[in-house]
Ligand binder design. Structure first.
Ligand SMILES: [Zn+2]
Length: 160
C-alpha cells in the first residue's frame, strides 16, 4: 500500500509504502524520548517529477537528545553503495528524523543542516528532501511530513 504526497508549487510528487512508514515509526518509538532518524533511499521517475522512496538506512553512529539528532557523515557510505547497483538504481534522496512530542516542521537548525548538505556537492540529487516524523508518546500517534528546502524557503509536500 502506497502513501502519496504532492507538492503543487513545484509540480512534484512523492511515493512511499506504508510498510516503510511503519518501519520508521517503530525505530522512532524505540529511541523515544530521544530523536532518531537516518537516510532516505529511492529514485526519481516520471521525468524526475516523482520521487519513490524505497528504503531507509538507520545509522550506527549518531548523537541524539530529545531535541537533537545528528548522524556521522561517514557512517553508511558502504551501505549506500550497495543500492547503486540495484535495478532501478537507487541512491540517497534525503534525510529524516523524529521530533518526539513535537511538530513536523523543520527547526532553524534543520534548515541549516539541509542547506549545508545541498552545498556540500557530494550528494547525487540536487535537492535532498527532509522527512520529519512527529511522535506523541501518550497517544502513540505519529505524523510524517516531507519538506524541500530551497534558498531557506520550506516547501512541504501534502498528503494526497
Ligand atoms: Zn528537527
Amino acid at each position: 500500500m502506497n502513501s502519496k504526497y504532492i507538492l503543487p508549487d513545484k509540480n512534484l510528487t512523492l511515493t512511499i509504502t506504508e510498510e516503510l512508514l511503519d518501519k520508521m515509526y517503530l525505530s522512532v518509538k524505540a529511541h523515544y524520548p530521544n530523536e532518531f532518524g537516518g537516510l532516505l533511499i529511492g529514485f526519481y521517475n516520471d521525468d524526475n517529477k516523482n520521487l519513490v522512496i524505497t528504503d531507509i538506512l538507520l545509522p550506527n553512529v549518531f548523537t541524539s537528545t530529545p531535541v537533537f539528532f545528528e548522524r556521522q557523515a561517514e557512517d553508511l557510505q558502504k551501505d549506500l553503495q550497495d543500492f547503486y547497483s540495484s535495478a532501478p538504481s537507487k541512491f540517497y534522496v534525503g534525510e529524516w528524523h523524529s521530533h518526539p512530542n513535537g511538530g513536523t516542521m523543520p527547526s532553524s537548525r534543520d534548515i541549516k543542516a539541509m542547506m549545508y548538505i545541498q552545498d556540500d556537492g557530494n550528494v547525487a540529487v540536487e535537492k535532498p528532501i527532509l522527512g520529519i516524523l512527529s511522535y506523541n508518546n501518550k497517544t502513540e500517534n505519529y505524523k510524517i511530513q516531507f519538506h524541500l528546502i530551497i534558498n531557506n524557503k520550506i516547501y512541504t509536500y501534502e498528503k494526497n
